[in-house]
Write a protein that binds this ligand. Structure first.
Ligand code: SPQ
Length: 428
């Protein structure tokens, strides 16, 4: 745990950033490569701690994974050739690794134990285990499977027709991955669309999958075919610099290779609703995952209301949107975002506590927060709660203060954006 003191004295920001690989897609590329028979090549992989945890888990299952910078090669004889791991599969700080691995392992033919760090130990797992158990999965764990450590005995599964009680791509993906080994049609019904990287990647690896009006269905028993995956830049990482460029006086930042999957672009809609000056150029709309370049220039901002169906499309960006709102004229209301309470930390409480230390006018609500702006921000010692997104929010806030902002733990940022401070410094 390393603290970091940042004193920038309100710089203008200029330059180009090529955003590092998308975390959600990087995880899935290795998982799919390990399930498929043959050699999968991945370019643009995110070398964040979370994605390295996913690689580590599959190596313990006997899958051959080689890294060469951000290029990854996964050689697998198919998931039914995996070895039973001799050691615990350690998922670190990664909810995605933990929850998706449950779905992957449920239909395998191995026994495995999953455990993560202290934050993972507090995150709810029942939301995944309950539908998996309905598919005949054998999973045991602390508090009847509510929390890690969890043990999975892989077995033959039965399909499910499941109506999602919360918008969660992790729950949906765990069910779809388990469905690969269930005899018959697995159906997932979503009221609000969550990120669809798993559905897109199933197609990329040759599976037939139908998605219509929020209903996802596909036949179990389909074999995945190894392929090449190009990972776009992570819009959730780009979000910190979109906000920095929108806020810092006289700034222009160009962000290249940004993933523009419509299930992830809620941040762009929120920024535009608040008056941000963005210019977007799409590279290839028909790619498995569309990408583009975004140029952001600072502009006067106004408050807005963010809630409903957009929430799953910007859930991870809410901490940095809250910082943006402190500098916008008027009231910003963030609602229907209860899911923030079960992330790496309770992100409603964490955002409110840390932005308050900086001088913001912000109140928590049951399902979000209300922010009055604009308020000048001052230096403070911030607690990151070991949460990368709270850490990066604090670092971007330091661009707006005369005094120093100190992060008590800056190491946590490496789970999703290990080169964050290099990119930030390059803009000044
Ligand atoms: O992997 P983890 O720890 O859950 O990471 C977070 C993040 O902020 O990076 C959430 F804390 O992203 C999740 C995201 O919130 C990644 C994800 C995915 O890759 O499927 C889906 C979202 O979570 P959920 O619970 O809504 O499905």
């Amino acid at each position: 745990m390393t603290s970091k003191t940042l004193q920038f004295k309100r710089p203008a920001l200029h330059g180009d950033i090529t955003v590092p690989g998308d975390k959600s897609i990087s995880h899935r590329s290795v998982m799919f490569g390990a399930i498929a028979k043959g050699e999968t090549t991945i370019e643009g992989f995110l070398l964040g701690d979370d994605c390295l945890s996913t690689i580590d888990c599959f190596r313990k299952l006997g899958v051959d994974i080689a890294l060469d910078g951000t290029n990854v090669t996964v050689k697998s004889a198919g998931m039914h050739a995996w070895e039973e791991p001799k050691d615990i599969l350690y998922t670190g700080n990664s909810g995605t690794t933990t929850r998706l691995m449950l779905g992957v392992l449920a239909g395998s033919n191995v026994h495995a134990i999953l455990n993560g760090d202290a934050s993972i130990g507090k995150r709810p797992m029942k939301r995944v285990i309950q539908p998996l158990r309905e598919m005949n999965a054998h999973i045991t764990g602390r508090a009847d499977g509510q929390y890690t450590p969890l043990a999975v005995q892989g077995k033959k599964l039965t399909p499910i027709d499941y109506k999602m009680p919360v918008a969660s791509a992790q729950v949906k993906s765990a069910i779809l991955l388990a469905g690969l080994n269930a005899e018959g049609t697995t159906i997932v019904r979503e009221e609000e669309a969550s990120r669809d990287h798993t559905e897109r990647m199933l197609r990329q690896f040759g599976a037939q999958i139908e998605v219509k009006d929020g209903v996802i269905s596909f036949e179990g028993g389909q074999q995945l075919t190894a392929t090449h995956v190009s990972v776009p830049g992570d819009i959730s990482s780009a979000a910190f610099f979109l906000v920095a460029g929108a806020l810092a006086q006289n700034s222009t930042i160009t962000l290249r290779n940004v993933g523009l999957n419509p299930t992830r672009t809620g941040i762009i809609e929120a920024l535009e609703a608040m008056g941000a000056n963005l210019t977007i150029t799409i590279d290839d709309e028909n790619a498995a995952e569309p990408t583009g370049t975004i140029v952001v220039k600072n502009a006067p901002l106004k408050g807005t209301t963010i809630g409903g169906a957009v929430i799953p499309r910007l859930i991870d960006e809410i901490p940095i949107i809250a910082l943006l709102a402190t500098q916008a004229e008027g009231t910003t209301i963030i609602q229907n975002a209860e899911e923030l309470k079960v992330k790496e930390t309770n992100r409603i409480d964490a955002v409110v506590a840390e932005l308050t230390k900086l001088g913001a006018s912000i109140q928590p609500t049951d399902d979000g927060m209300i922010i009055e702006g604009p308020t000048p921000l001052r230096g403070a010692l911030l607690h990151t709660y070991g949460d990368h997104r709270i850490g990066m929010m604090g670092a971007i806030a330091a661009l707006l203060t005369e005094e120093a902002v100190t992060l008590d733990d800056a190491d946590c940022i490496a789970v999703s954006y290990p080169t964050f401070f290099n990119d930030l410094n390059a803009l000044m």
